[in-house]
Design a protein around this ligand. Sequence first.
Ligand SMILES: Cc1cc2nc3c(=O)[nH]c(=O)nc-3n(C[C@H](O)[C@H](O)[C@H](O)COP(=O)(O)OP(=O)(O)OC[C@H]3O[C@@H](n4cnc5c(N)ncnc54)[C@H](O)[C@@H]3O)c2cc1C
Length: 549
Amino acid sequence: MQRYLFGGSFSDLPREDCDVVIVGAGLAGLYTALQLDPSFKIVILNKFGLDQSNSMYAQGGIAAAVAEDDSPDLHFDDSMAAGSNMCNQDALRVLVDEGPENIRILQDWGVPFDLDRQGRLAVGQEGAHSRKRIIHSHGDATGLHMTSRLVDLVKARPNIRVDDNWTLVDLVVDDADTVAGVITLNSLAADDFRFYRARVVVLAAGGIGQLYLHSTNARPATGDALAASIRAGAATSDLEFIQFHPTALPEPDENGRCFLISEAVRGEGAILRSIHGEAFMEKAHPQGNLAPRDVVSQAIFRQMLKDDSDFVYLDITHQPAEFLQRRFPMIYETCLQRGLDMAKDFLPVTPVQHYFMGGVDTDLHARTTLKNLFACGEVAHTGIYGANRLASNSLLECLVYGRRAAQSINGAPVCELSDLAALAAVFARTQALDSARRATTLAANLRMTAVESTAAEDRQQIRQMMTRYCGILRSKEGLQTALHGLEAIHQRRELATIHSLTELEAAQMAVTGRAIVKAALRRRHSVGAHYRMDESRPSPVQSESRRRK
Ligand SMILES: Cc1cc2nc3c(=O)[nH]c(=O)nc-3n(C[C@H](O)[C@H](O)[C@H](O)COP(=O)(O)OP(=O)(O)OC[C@H]3O[C@@H](n4cnc5c(N)ncnc54)[C@H](O)[C@@H]3O)c2cc1C
């Protein structure tokens, strides 16, 4: 695999020096920056400005054991059960134990969480949680209010600068496998590259949703940081575990983002119905409409196949309009804009890609396997999810592990910025190896170059293949078809020089998609969010319904 996507001269790159560069301006990146020692010069990068992140779109809330009848132990048990007992217990223990204190920090910083009549944090219920523990802000606009408050705080800090529209291309690593900075491309202008040299790099670049045709994820989520980490040799895990949210409106907007109908709506009693009006979740799982997400997604998918339809219905018409407007203002309004009144109409919903449980491996201090490279938030693999994510644990993970990343960086001895001449020499050597590899590929695939395909077409093909073959239901045959197609695109993209964002994304998506499909092929049995149709063991949906007969 080609090590660097940047094909120009390293020495000629415009350069910015800082102590810490954070790739990503969602909750994980912003919170990490605010927890770092104020003496550090920090630069936060993002792809399309501060309002484009999954964090901004988060609705339901953030899970933490703050209620009187709750405890970190119960939160731990629920997370373990949702993750098919495959969670990293140490990492999960840290998450549930440190959750409440991070919520207190956000309250102290002025995040406007909703309170109950007694002035305590109001907590809601979500699927697979045994207690009410979902803290929210302005009803269903938690992400927007939490993230916006952190943006304000970051802007007020003289030591933190946000550089909008600078997209990560490559992680620059020196001879000693120490990360020395990042090469970036201006998202808005072709051929405008920049090198950020830093003592420490923090990856907080979010998920991979845009690898799928239907996703709730924001536009930047093309898995760039994961691809760059793979090319740099960082360890990654659990890439096959991709959560599909059971309920989104089927029609995507212009960015391919499907509007999410939060699980909290089922928490308030909504019922899933077939297109014929029949409630089907009670037959599928003992927890009915509040079963774990993968079970609900599979059950909906099967119902859609059975009825040959593109959606099922979500029915919350038993709740009065005033309640729905107050509890779900954003969802209520968005549905109304699309001609749907939640209080009167059944909502058409379909499962869509939603969350990426895998990622760049990190330890309990958010350190990756590469020196001076940290990762937190959705891009990281801490192991807290196992085979599936318990709803609303991900915002909490951004906080707990973002803070831990900052604490590790604050406590480490200050290292020097890497020497530029030495970096240029290593870069040139690696580039020469990349060129030799490209020449071999070209010689072996002369015919391939005749088949011209644009980056935009390749990008779309990747999304089609991932959706068709590496979605909710998978098989060996389908995954092999996808791998074959992705290999071809990957090779083609390696032969092309990167000038624009579309070319860059197509190249990164090919690396990420290939890695995900390989991981899905390796895991031959169904577990959690990974469902293999071709295995002999029954799926959770089938086995539960058998047990109930
Ligand atoms: C619709 C929706 C609803 C959700 N609801 C909830 C919920 O209720 N509770 C919950 O716990 N979780 C929820 N989630 C999940 C949660 O929002 C995310 O897991 C979390 O916000 C991830 O935060 P992050 O900081 O890791 O990434 P993000 O918030 O996605 O931020 C990623 C940042 O990285 C930047 N970036 C990406 N690629 C590059 C690049 N190549 N170069 C430079 N910058 C880059 C982006 O521009 C962005 O600034 C929801 C997600 C969605 C999509």
